[in-house]
Design a protein around this ligand. Structure first.
Ligand SMILES: Nc1ncnc2c1ncn2[C@@H]1O[C@H](COP(=O)(O)OP(=O)(O)OP(=O)(O)O)[C@@H](O)[C@H]1O
Length: 274
């Protein structure tokens, strides 16, 4: 579905992403891990075209997305929704309006600024909020919600675009373990139930192992691991994080694991908890 060929991104002398080549098929939930500065965000931002490539190409189903402009670029950005660590909601607007802003690319901007939304958008937003179990917060200001609830509003806003791909850039990095679990459960559900491709930058190994089918490890802009979650051993993690023999996985853990399952129990595809 997504073909990334020899992609490099430079910022001045700094090479943030260095000759990355990847193919990602539909039907996978992909986690990208690596230490801070490894190039994870830059890679996601190039897929969405928030950042341009310096070299190489990114294509989706044969369309060269790294070369799109104008309306075709806007269509791509609608097809490829981003979710951010800091939620990027409008804090003083109510939740339902924040969700409907996901349609901004497809609707008249003035109408959206005046908060005039078609009835079908309002109904769709309510339906999505119900699906994510946060419909009762619809009338509240976004700033009144917990971090986990705000991130689910961010996911609802992304779903309003009806995207083929969801790119989540450290979606749980600002959340406590319980909220992190709810948000990751939600992303996994969207992947499983809707068949949308989900690519998620994660700081933590346990989350990648638990939720992702495929894990890509980045180090200094390059891909140093690409395999199934089960193959992500401590030795591999040490290589990705560039750590020495006393590397401890605890240092990259969110503690999600300890919340809801005994040690050694089956991983991934958990039930949604709220
Ligand atoms: N706009 C920019 N201008 C200059 N340098 C940048 C810019 N964006 C990223 N970089 C640099 O590129 C490198 C990769 O950054 P990036 O944010 O992609 O890493 P990351 O793995 O997502 O890290 P983190 O987990 O901390 O977000 C870093 O050295 C960063 O300082």
């Amino acid at each position: 579905m997504l073909k990334i060929s020899n992609v490099t991104r430079r910022f001045g002398d700094k090479v943030a992403v260095d000759g990355v080549t990847l193919e990602i098929a539909k039907g996978q939930m992909v986690g990208i891990i690596g230490r801070s500065g490894a190039g994870k965000s830059t890679l996601l931002r190039m897929i969405n075209r928030l950042t341009d490539v310096s070299e190489g190409t990114i294509a989706c189903q044969g369309q060269a997305v790294s070369e799109l402009n104008g309306p075709a670029l806007r269509n791509w950005q609608r097809d490829c929704a981003m979710i951010f660590q800091q939620f990027n909601l409008v804090p003083r607007l109510d939740v339902i309006t924040n969700v409907m802003l996901g349609r901004l690319n497809q609707r008249n901007t003035l109408m959206s600024m005046l908060n005039l939304f078609p009835r079908q958008d309002i109904l769709r937003a309510i339906e999505i909020l119900e699906r994510l179990g946060i419909e009762e917060h619809g009338p509240k200001r976004a700033e009144a919600l917990s971090g986990g609830q705000q991130q689910r509003v961010g996911i609802a806003r992304a779903l309003m675009q009806d995207p083929r791909i969801i790119l989540a850039d450290e979606p749980i990095a600002s959340l406590d373990p319980m909220n992190a679990q709810v948000v990751m459960d939600t992303l996994r559900r969207i992947h499983d139930e809707d068949g949308r491709l989900v690519i998620c930058n994660l700081h933590t190994l346990d989350t990648a192992r638990r939720y992702c089918d495929r894990v890509i490890g980045m180090r200094a802009g390059k891909i140093v691991f690409d395999g199934r979650a089960e193959e992500l051993t401590t030795a591999v993690a040490r290589e990705i994080y560039g750590a020495d023999a006393d590397f401890s996985e605890e240092a990259t853990s969110t503690s999600i694991e300890t919340l809801s399952r005994p040690r050694g129990a089956a991983t991934r595809r958990p039930e949604l908890v709220d």
